[in-house]
Every structure is written in C-alpha cells, then in structure tokens.
Design a binder for this molecule. Structure first.
Ligand SMILES: [Zn+2]
Length: 172
C-alpha cells in the first residue's frame, strides 16, 4: 500500500464569516450522550455534507488536489492564482497591516471622528485609522488616531516631506 504524504492538514470549523478557526472546540462538546447518531442517521450524513467534515481533520493529498482541480475546471472555474512572493497583496507586511486594521475596527469600531484639533475638512465624509508617526504597527490603541481622509492624506504628505528633507540632510 502506497502511503501518500499529506500536503496539508486542515481543521474544519468556521466562524460567522465562514473563515476557518484553528483549534476551535466543537459545539457538540459537553453534549456527549445527548446527541447520539443511530446507524441510519450516520448513513444519512454523507461525505458530501459539510456537517460531516465539520470538526474533522482533513488530509489533502495530491490525489484529492487533482480531483478538486478537475472538478473545478469542469464547472468552469479558473485555477486559483498562485500565491507567491510576487503577489504583493500577501506579503507579510500587508497581512500584518490588514490584521491590525481589522483588530482596530473590531475593538474600537470604525473611525468616526477626526482627532486633528485643526481639522482642514469642514464636512468630512470618511474617517480612517492612522498610524501615529514614529510609532510601530503594534496592537496598541495609543499608536493610532482617527483622522478624516483629508487630514490623513495631509498627515502622510507632511511626514513624507519631513522624511525626505531628513534624508537629504543626511546625504549632505
Ligand atoms: Zn480632519
């Protein structure tokens, strides 16, 4: 018997956004003996049922991968774009950036005011979380402030100019 080397082991459990959660405990935990599957009901839960795979370790082998891609091509799906170093959306920095902004929004809500005391926009429509210059991208509320779009752009522009002048001074 040929043993296939598993390519990937996934733990299937979804959150409310349909994303996988690693190591999440099953909702069935603590209900042992309450929910019992009879032989018949077991048969009813086919392998095509998402419920069957929920909470199970799934081993994706080369064979499964091939089957999947064949099935997807049959249905007119294009093969997924390979995620590599060249894919700028998934560089480590970007992932960190996205995760941090999600963390900010989740913990402190959407930016809804401009914290610039001399706000240049009289009727701002969009607010954003801005990283305070010289601070690091860390999960600290004090490293960020809420700014309207215009102030944010200005803030970044001013900073870029200061940075440029600093650099030019260094070269002289
Ligand atoms: Zn503003």
């Amino acid at each position: 018997m040929v043993h296939e080397r598993p390519l990937l082991v996934l733990y299937i459990m979804h959150d409310r956004f349909g994303r996988f959660i690693k190591g999440h405990t099953s909702w069935l935990k603590g209900t042992k003996g309450v929910f019992k599957h009879t032989e018949e009901s077991r048969k009813k839960i086919s392998k095509n049922n998402a419920r069957y795979w929920k909470g199970k370790h799934v081993i994706i082998t080369e064979e499964t991968k091939e089957k999947l891609s064949k099935a997807l091509k049959k249905n007119g799906h294009k093969p997924p774009i390979l995620v590599g170093e060249k894919n700028h959306r998934w560089t480590e920095d970007n992932v960190q950036y996205i995760a941090l902004h999600q963390w900010l929004r989740f913990n402190f809500g959407k930016a809804n005011i401009c914290e610039n005391p001399a706000c240049i926009d009289t009727n701002p429509k969009r607010y954003e979380w801005a990283l305070i210059k010289d601070k690091k991208y860390e999960r600290k509320r004090e490293n960020f402030m809420m700014l309207c779009k215009k102030c944010h752009n200005l803030y970044d522009d001013v900073y870029k100019k200061i940075w440029k002048s600093r650099l030019s001074k260094k070269t002289i």
